[in-house]
Structure formats: structure tokens, C-alpha cells
Design a protein around this ligand. Structure first.
Ligand SMILES: [Zn+2]
Length: 664
């Protein structure tokens, strides 16, 4: 486990909506895909809705039109169909949701000025213009009517290949359930606005996708390529029409979550979530949720009745969605209960160490809201006896029952997200008077198995033969993490007091600092932070693990940086990746303030900012400088195959602290 733990990719994102799924796919192609074994999981209660099944098994129908010099304009994209045939798919619930074009066509993309420089960089031309002879379209907007009106009835047959390929792509590669998305609009009582073109481009790439989806917040228009060798986001921007933009965004916002979660000693999780949400628009009938793919839904109920739901195979397009008995009006509240369970959302790392793999979607969370939505939470956790649970919110009660430790938690204030960490923890705590605040620090009593194996390797018992740190002699330093627990606590106390003085009180009245078995990143949730286990090692051990990073001061500021996210990220949220740089930037700025009081040597503060500067202007192994990659508002998009900044180069990875060593 050691190599994967040490080399855990920093930029792991969660598939939430189509564009988010695309991002996930793009990142997946950069990661190690080995070990994903397809399996056919039967869903006895899910996926049975007849309209959904009709969409899932969609083929070309009988209807086709000939087109000559037809322009199809969709936001910034203009398709010119010079000549050819359009064959439509068979209707589902009376609606035609797709077509295949064969002939001669061009696509011109007039992206807004903010995206033009990126496009120009990629195409080396002033105007983005692609030519194609085949394309599959999926839509719930007026495309069927528009093309029928513009063309003349024909009897030609079309090759169904592009349609089949688009179905294969969304299911197996992008892992996004396009049929579930289309079902949202087909069953909605209001007209839909989805438009997707899978283009076999001739000039740039034969796997191009133009996607327009009004049901997501932020940026509804994207142009991407998704071939194995060349995948990336070429352009991403909001709908250009202001009225359409007003109607865009997630269909619901979640008001309250009541989560009852049980985790067994083998880390298997079972949950029961009672979710109350409000419909943001008229006509909402299908509600998508973000749920970790291996957590399999057993049932969804509302008002005592079972509701149909969708969740495909865990290794494919496993997006979870619920079909309501009837459409909701704008502002209408609705409550449903989901039961689910499975492995891999949490991992047992040995010796009382558990790793929460899923951070945002271990329960049915809203899909595609980043940190821009605030909800309240009531949570109950059942974990193996002897383990200690640490979660977001205030601890209401703790008891033991039948071999389980049971804790109840309640959010002190609406939260952007909810999460937990648990293990065989030792606790150190301090009560602050000004501000009135409880700071707690939790470290594991024993190291996880991967650290144990390093220790054994050092003593010559059992040399691991794979990975970067084969046989590293790490027995010299101490690996007892509880010794540094006091240090983490002291850093947390000082940071809370200092930041309160500078920025005012945060939303939450307590902070729990916890050790996690991942080595090289930290993360912050409301009232809960995860600190990488390697922070708790002494400098000798870190040196032997090749994790010095000391010259960049990472280990000195990881705790104050994560604590600062209580203000930047969770008191002030962000609804788009475009704004995440502020959350990271303010947290880094806060950490530098921390250095001025924690360390009497003023040089530390100067060193910190010198390090930040060199991270921007030093060249990486590919010769790129972070400062040249693009504006900070491009966020994670700055790391791509062009800048080489996603290569696994360890400390040579340039970062602009938009998408840094922590997610929030
Ligand atoms: Zn951060």
C-alpha cells in the first residue's frame, strides 16, 4: 500500500454532473486504471422505469431528413450542415432525443473572450473551426423540430455507429449516465435545454464533444476532446443568454440531511439518509444525487411508498437518481429516504486506522454544487467498539451498544459539506477562552499497515519489492505519531486565536484536528481537518521517505493552512472552481501570518513568500513555469498535458495554489 499512499494523486475529483464527470474522466486517464474489473451487479429495484429503459436501449428510428446548407446555432456553437442526412432516434415517451448526421459539416465555436486565448493556443488559429462527416446528437431542446423543419423528408438509412459509440463512451469512458440526465427532461413538465454533439472531427480530434447542460451551475457550455491520448477541456463557459442563465443551475437544493451510518470493522458502510430538499424550478421530476459508486442503493421511499431509482454498475455510469411520483413546483419541499451500502467508500488500513476514501458522497449529496450550498445535518455513526469517531458538527451524545460505539452529531451552523474520520485515536484537547472555542487533536495509537511494512523492511524482515521506497531504512526515526499530537494541538490553538483576531469568529465553535493515513495531503471540512500522517513523523523519517518538502515549508504550514479553511472555504464558500484560488490564496496568506507569531525568526515569513514565488517561476521537468500556465481563475484546468504539470514529478509539480495540496 505504501507506494499508492505516497503517490496519491492530489487532484482527485468527484463525478457530479456531466461536465464534472468529464473532468473525472480526464483525470482518470492520467491515473492508473489497472485493477478496475467490470462486474455485472443486478439491480432488482432500480433501473426499471420503462421510459428510462427505452432511453437506455435507444436505437435509430424510421424517420430521416435530407439537409442542405442548414445552420444549427446552439449558444456559442454554430453547426453548418452543408449536405447530408439526419436520421432520428426512435421516440421514448413520445419524445425524440437524438439523431445521427452523415454528410459534410463544419462547427464554428465563438467562445467568450476569456476562453479565446486557450482555444488559440490549442488550435494556433484565430477562429475555432472544425470539419466533420459524422456526428451523433443527443438533445431535449428544440433540435428535433428545428432539423425537421429545415430539412426535407428522406428515406435514406444512416449508419447507427456514431450513436452506439456515444452510448459506449458515456457509459464506459466518461462514466456518466446520459440516459438518466435525458430522463430528467423527458419526465419534466417543463421543456428541456440539453444539447450534446459527439463529433468525429477531422482537423483536431475524432472524439470531440460539445455539451450544453442548463441543469448545472457555473459553466453550462463545454467543448472537450476525450480520446485516450489527447483528452482535455478546450473551452468552458456559462450560457451566453442572460435569461437562460437565470434558469440554469442544479434542480434542487438540499435543506437538511439526517444520516444514520454504520461502518463495520472490515470498513463496509451501510447508510440510511433522510434527505429534505427544495425544488428550485417548476417541473422537477427526476432528482440526481452524488453517491459513491460502490455504495449500492437498496431502496428509496417517500411517504411510505417505494420510489423507482436509477443506479447502474459501480464500475460504469453509476450516477444515482430518483424518480418522484409527480413533478414538484418551484419552492416545494420534499423528503425521501435512501438506504445503501457497500465496500470501498472507507478503507481499513490496519491497526485501527481507517481511511475515508469518499469525502463528499458517502451519503446522497447534491450533485454539482462545489462548496456553494449550505445545509444542516443530523448524523448518527455506529463504528466498531474501541474506535473513536470524529465528525463535522457538535457531538450530542456517545454510547456503546452491542459491540458498537454510537455517536450523534448535529451541525452548529449550516455546512457546505459533512464528513468524518475515525480510528483508534488518542485525544489531546484545549479549551480557549478568547474566542470560546474547543480545539481537539486526534492521532492514531498505531501506524497503518503500510507504515508497518516500511518499518519491517528497515529491520530486514520483509523487503517490499515494489514502489518508490523499496527497502528504505526508516527505522532510525520515530514513527509514533501520538508524540506529535501535542504539537498539532498547539498549532491549532494558536491558529484559531490568531485568525479570530484578524478575520472575526468563524461559523463553528470547535475544531477537531485528525490524523489521516494518506501521507501527502491535508483537507478541511467544517470543524474537522485531516492532517497527513507524514506530518506526525519526525524530519528524519520524512527524509528517509523522500518527503522532505522541508525547503518549501509544507510541513510547517500544513496545519495552520487547513485551520484557515474554517474561514476560507467553509465560512466563505465558493460555488465554482473559478473562485477556489481565493480560498487557497487566503489560507496561504493566513498561514504566513501564523508564521510571524509562531516563529520569532522573521526570516521564516520571508522564506515562505520566497518559496511561493519560486513555485510560480521555477521551471518543471517539462520546462514549464506555473506563472505561464494561465490565469488563476482557470483553477485545476491549469494542470493539463500541455503544461506537463500533472506529471508525477513529486515536488517538481508546479502549483499556483488554486488546486493545492488540499481540496478545500
Ligand atoms: Zn487548501
Amino acid at each position: 500500500m505504501a507506494p499508492s499512499r505516497l503517490a496519491r494523486p492530489v487532484a482527485v475529483r468527484v463525478a457530479r454532473h456531466f461536465v464534472y464527470a468529464i473532468i473525472q474522466f480526464l483525470l482518470m486517464t492520467l491515473a492508473d486504471l489497472a485493477g478496475i474489473v467490470p462486474s455485472a451487479t443486478a439491480q432488482s429495484l432500480g433501473n426499471s422505469d420503462p421510459t428510462y429503459q427505452a432511453l437506455r436501449n435507444l436505437t435509430l428510428g424510421q424517420e430521416s431528413v435530407s439537409v442542405n446548407n442548414v445552420d444549427l446555432k446552439r449558444d456559442a456553437a454554430t453547426f453548418h450542415l452543408r449536405s447530408g442526412t439526419v436520421c432520428f432516434v426512435a421516440p421514448a415517451a413520445g419524445k425524440v432525443t437524438g439523431a445521427v448526421f452523415t454528410g459534410e459539416g463544419t462547427l464554428v465555436l465563438s467562445a467568450p473572450p476569456t476562453e479565446r486565448s486557450m482555444l488559440k493556443l490549442l488550435t494556433k488559429e484565430d477562429e475555432f473551426s472544425e470539419t466533420f462527416s459524422q456526428m451523433a446528437l443527443r438533445f431535449t431542446d428544440s433540435t428535433y423540430d428545428d432539423l425537421k423543419k429545415a430539412g426535407t423528408a428522406a428515406s435514406g438509412n444512416c449508419d447507427a455507429g456514431p450513436l452506439k459509440e456515444s452510448q459506449r463512451t458515456t457509459r464506459h469512458d466518461l462514466k456518466n449516465n446520459l440516459e438518466a440526465r435525458i430522463l430528467q427532461d423527458v419526465l419534466n413538465s417543463e421543456p428541456g435545454g440539453l444539447f450534446m454533439a459527439f463529433i468525429r472531427g477531422r482537423r483536431y480530434n475524432d472524439k470531440e464533444l460539445l455539451a450544453i447542460d442548463p441543469n448545472i451551475g457555473g459553466e453550462q457550455v463545454q467543448f472537450i476532446t476525450y480520446s485516450e491520448s489527447k483528452s482535455g477541456i478546450w473551452a468552458s463557459f456559462p450560457l451566453s443568454d442572460a435569461r437562460s442563465r437565470d434558469q440554469a443551475g442544479t434542480r434542487v437544493s438540499i435543506d437538511h440531511q439526517q444520516l444514520d451510518t454504520k461502518i463495520e470493522s472490515n470498513a463496509e458502510l451501510t447508510g440510511r439518509a433522510t434527505t429534505t430538499f427544495v425544488s428550485r424550478f417548476n417541473g422537477t421530476r427526476v432528482v440526481p444525487f452524488d453517491l459513491f459508486p460502490t455504495l449500492r442503493v437498496q431502496s428509496v421511499t417517500a411517504d411510505g411508498a417505494s420510489l423507482p431509482f436509477i443506479q447502474e454498475d459501480k464500475n460504469e455510469d453509476a450516477d444515482f437518481a430518483v424518480i418522484l411520483p409527480k413533478a414538484l413546483a418551484a419552492g416545494q419541499l420534499y423528503t425521501l429516504t435512501t438506504t445503501y451500502g457497500g465496500k470501498d467508500a472507507v478503507k481499513n488500513e490496519g491497526n485501527g486506522n481507517y481511511y475515508p476514501v469518499s469525502r463528499m458522497n458517502w451519503f446522497p449529496n447534491n450533485s454539482g454544487v462545489e462548496f456553494g450550498e449550505f445545509s444542516s445535518y443530523d448524523m448518527t455513526f455506529h463504528i466498531p467498539k474501541g474506535m473513536k469517531m470524529v465528525a463535522t458538527g457538535e457531538l450530542v451524545s456517545e454510547s456503546n451498544d452491542g459491540g458498537h460505539n454510537i455517536t450523534v452529531w448535529k451541525s452548529e451552523a449550516p455546512q457546505t459539506v459533512a464528513g468524518f474520520n475515525f480510528g483508534k485515536f488518542k485525544l489531546q484537547e484545549a479549551k480557549l477562552a478568547n474566542p470560546q472555542y474547543l480545539v481537539q487533536s486526534f492521532a492514531n495509537q498505531d501506524p497503518p499497515s503500510w507504515v508497518q511494512s516500511l518499518k519491517q523492511a528497515a529491520s530486514g524482515d520483509d523487503l517490499p519489492t515494489d514502489g518508490l521506497h523499496t527497502g528504505a531504512a526508516v527505522a532510525l526515526g520515530t514513527m509514533n505519531t501520538t508524540l506529535l499530537n501535542k504539537k498539532a494541538l498547539a498549532e491549532g490553538e494558536l491558529a484559531i486565536q490568531l485568525y479570530t483576531e484578524y478575520f472575526g469568529p468563524p461559523l463553528f465553535k470547535h475544531l477537531q484536528i485528525t490524523q489521516q493515513s494518506a501521507c501527502n495531503f491535508g483537507q478541511a471540512w467544517p470543524g474537522l481537518v485531516w492532517i497527513p500522517i507524514c506530518y506526525y513523523f519526525d524530519t528524519t523519517v520524512r527524509h528517509q521517505l523522500g518527503l522532505d518538502l522541508a525547503d518549501r515549508g509544507y510541513w510547517t504550514v500544513v496545519t495552520p493552512h487547513e485551520v484557515a479553511h474554517q474561514w476560507w472555504g467553509h465560512t466563505v464558500g465558493f460555488s465554482s472552481y473559478r473562485d477556489q484560488w481565493m480560498s487557497e490564496g487566503f489560507s496561504d496568506m493566513s498561514a504566513s501570518l501564523y508564521l510571524t507569531v509562531a516563529d520569532k525568526n522573521p526570516q521564516r515569513y520571508v522564506d515562505f513568500w520566497n518559496d511561493e514565488r519560486s513555485l510560480l517561476i521555477d521551471r518543471n521537468a517539462q520546462g514549464f513555469r506555473a506563472i505561464d500556465a494561465g490565469p488563476v481563475t482557470m483553477g485545476y484546468r491549469l494542470s493539463n498535458s500541455r503544461t506537463g504539470s500533472t506529471s508525477r514529478g513529486g515536488s517538481s509539480i508546479p502549483k499556483v495554489h488554486t488546486y493545492c495540496t488540499c481540496y478545500a
